[in-house]
Design a binder for this molecule. Sequence first.
Ligand SMILES: Cc1ncc(COP(=O)(O)O)c(C=O)c1O
Length: 403
Amino acid sequence: MDAADPLAGKREAFWLPDGVIYLDGNSLGALPRRVMARMRRAVEEEWGNGLVRSWTDAGWYPAPQRAGAAIARLAGAKPEEVIVCDSTSVNLFKALVAALRLQPERKVVVSERGNFPTDLYVNEGVAELMDVELRCAEPGDIETAIRAAGSDLALVQLTHVNYRSGLVHDMARITRLAHQQGALAIWDLSHSTGTLPVELNACGVDFAVGCGYKYLNGGPGAPGFIYVATQHLPSFRQPIQGWHGHASPFAFDHDYTPHPGVDRMLVGTAPQLSLIALEEALAVFDDVDMTQLRAKGSALGECFIRLVDQELAGQGFSLASPREAALRGSQVSLTHPEGYAIMQALIARGVIGDFRAPDVLRFGFAGLYLRYVEVWDAVAVLKEVMSSRAWDRPAFKAWKAVT
Ligand SMILES: Cc1ncc(COP(=O)(O)O)c(C=O)c1O
C-alpha cells in the first residue's frame, strides 16, 4: 500500500524523529521542514535585523489575510471570506455573537452534548450574555432539536468531526435544515480542515472557525481561523472591537469604523512568529489533492481497525469510532478501562497517540506523513503492550497535566 500511495513523497516534507510512530496529528501536527528554515529567517533576519520595519518590509502585516486565503482553498471558501487570528475559542465567541446579532428576535441555539468542551463553554457563556437558550441535543437527536425549535431557532453550532469519536456530521444536510427554519449554521472545523475536503460555500455555511495546529501543522498554539460567508460580510458585527478590525488602524481614529470585510474579525496584533509558522506550513498543501488525502486518511484508519479486530480480540478494547469510513474523520478511537496506562506504555515505546478521559485512546492518521507500515507496526506494539501487561506499572498510571 505504501508503494502505491500517491502521497508517499509528502512525508519528506516533515521532520519526524527516528523511533517514533506519530498518531497524534489530530492534536498537534508534525513539523514541516520548511517551517524550520522559515522560522530561522523570521527570527534572525526579520525580527533581529529588520526590527519594526518588518511589519511592512517582510510582509508581516497582511499575513492573516494570506494565511486565510490558503485555508479558504482547503475549506471550499473564497479567499476574502477567511482570516487567521486568535484562538478557535475566541473566534467561536466572535462568530456566535455576530450570528445572534443578525437575528436578535430568535432566541434558541442548538448544539450537541458531545461537542468539544470549549465549544460548549463558549456557547454557554454567549447564551448568558445574549440572553438566549442553549439546547444541547444528543448526537442522534440534533435534527429533531432543530425542527422542534422552529422559528425560535437562531443558530446551530456543531463541530464537523467529533474530537472524541471522529464521527463526521453531514454538514450540507444539517446546514440546510437550519436554513429551512430561517436559522444560521456555525461549524467548528478543527478536526476536518487539512484532512477532509470541506465545502463551506457549497454547503451554504454561514460562519466557521477552526484550529491551526492540528492537521494544518501550524505548530503548538498556532492561531485559528474564522470564516464569514460573503452574504454576511456587509452586515455582521463582532463583539471584540479591536484596532486591527478597524477600517484604517493606522489612522488612530478615536471612533471605531469597522473594516468592510472579514478583516473586522481581527482584534489585536497577531502572534507574528506563530502566524509565520502557520503560513509556511500551509504551503505544504499547495499541491495536495484533498480527495486523495481523504482517501488515504480513511484507508489508514481502515487498516488500523482491521488489525485491531484481528490482533487484539478479547483484550477489552471497543471501537468508539464509526466503522464506516465515510462517517469517520482521520482518527480512530478505542475505549479500554485501562486506556490511560495503555497509552502511556505505547508512548514510552514511541507510538504516540493520546487519551481522552475517562477511557478513550485516540489514534490520528494524518495522511501527509504517515505510512501504512506504521499502522501495522503500531498495532504490533499495542499487542505486545497487552500481552506482556507492560501497561500495568505505577509509572504509567501517574496522571500527566496533558493527556
Ligand atoms: C473541536 C475543537 N474546537 C476547539 C479546540 C481548541 O480550541 P483552542 O485552540 O481555542 O484551544 C479543539 C482542540 O482540541 C477542538 O478539538
